[in-house]
Ligand binder design. Structure first.
Ligand SMILES: O=C(O)CCC(=O)C(=O)O
Ligand SMILES: [Fe+2]
Length: 359
């Protein structure tokens, strides 16, 4: 009980910090009717499911990014995860480097220099928390390297590295894994809904090809900048312009500004501030191709916050990937003729072919 009250008041305090004074034209969609739809969607879906699916799909189609509320990722869980993230980055260099440092692996702590000259961004990453993570990728690598046992052994050792957890904080691990799982569940429901909206012959095609949940979650810490670098627009970037490689990406942030989304209709950048009760979803390159260019992979970036650069910033990004062996090619669907027909000479590829190779 006490714990619950504490959590709520903490949540209220933090969400006051998180709510934004900025406005944005990116739509907010209530996805409550879609949650659990991948397991409960019967032959005759309810009208609220159909409505939510249409709103979500059309918003993604139009903007590339959508705020979703009432997903499995509750506002309280977002606050708790941000709080634990903040705890991690405030730990000593020794703890972060000694216990968590990673090289050539998608799990653990690392630093990188980004677009801005004196910018050092810290990051912490986890993947699906299983004992033999290579098992998720072995179908792909085995057909790639067939009989090359030596190479396969090397790859197996590399990919079997497990998540790195800070010692003596079991709460950290519990909350991170909870957040990870709720993003997994949310993304599965959203993938189902996107396929359903396209009226695909097999509406479970996307989720079948995501059965291994080989996803990656990355928390980034952007420290307060000591010097203002405002001279050119290039220098104001904190994370460069890019598209994600994913099918879907789920993103939340704890400060009001920084993230911007490119709108190709108006040729402008739109601010994507954090909100109290929603998280952002966008499509990446794999979904763009797979959906026959219907759901666009949209450019985005993080800029230096010039209104309030007294603060640091945390973002939590959950990258959703199909199984490595999945073959990607534009799919036929009811809207396919309206989309750019780029598929006549399209060479199908496997997801693993596009992923960074870690040896
Ligand atoms: O930090 C952010 O808000 C954006 C990061 C991002 O877009 C990415 O990691 O792909
Ligand atoms: Fe991104």
């Amino acid at each position: 009980m006490f714990r619950h009250i504490l959590k709520i008041s903490l949540f209220q305090r933090l969400s006051q910090q998180r709510s934004s004074s900025l406005t944005t034209s990116i739509p907010v969609v209530d996805v409550s009717a879609l949650m659990n739809c991948s397991s409960s969607f019967e032959q005759h879906p309810s009208s609220s499911m159909i409505k939510a699916s249409k709103l979500f799909s059309e918003a993604l189609r139009q903007y590339g990014f959508v705020y979703i509320k009432n997903s499995h990722v509750t506002p309280l869980l977002v606050e708790e995860t941000l709080l634990q993230s903040r705890w991690l980055f405030s730990q000593s260099e020794e703890l972060k480097s000694k216990n968590l440092l990673t090289s050539n692996c998608h799990r653990g702590y690392y630093k990188f220099t980004s677009a801005c000259v004196d910018d050092k961004i810290e990051a912490y990453s986890i993947c699906r928390d299983i004992e033999q993570p290579y098992s998720l990728k072995q179908d792909y690598f085995q057909q790639l390297y067939d009989n090359d046992e030596k190479q396969l052994e090397k790859i197996k050792n590399q990919y079997n590295q497990i998540n790195k957890w800070p010692p003596m904080n079991s709460e950290f691990k519990r909350i991170m894994l909870d957040y990870w799982l709720k993003c997994q569940k949310t993304s599965t429901d959203l993938l189902w809904s996107l396929a359903k909206y396209l009226n695909l012959e097999d509406p479970s095609i996307f989720i079948k090809q995501h059965s291994k949940h080989d996803n990656n979650m990355e928390i980034k810490y952007y420290p307060k900048l000591e010097t203002k670098t405002k001279t050119t627009s290039e220098q104001m970037l904190r994370f460069p312009v890019h598209c994600d490689l994913t099918t879907l990406t789920l993103l939340c942030q704890d400060r009001e500004s920084g993230l911007e989304i490119y709108n190709q209709n108006t040729n402008t950048w739109i601010a994507a501030p954090s909100t109290d009760d929603s998280i952002l979803v966008n499509c990446g390159d794999l979904m763009e191709v797979w959906s026959n260019y219907y759901y666009p992979s949209t450019k985005h970036r993080v800029i230096q916050n010039t209104n309030n650069d007294k603060s640091d910033r945390i973002s939590i990004v959950y990258f959703v990937f199909p199984n490595y062996e999945t073959e990607i090619a534009p799919i036929q669907h009811q809207f396919a003729s309206q989309t750019t027909t780029k598929n006549s000479d399209f060479e199908p590829f496997q997801v693993g072919d596009r992923m960074p190779f870690l040896l």
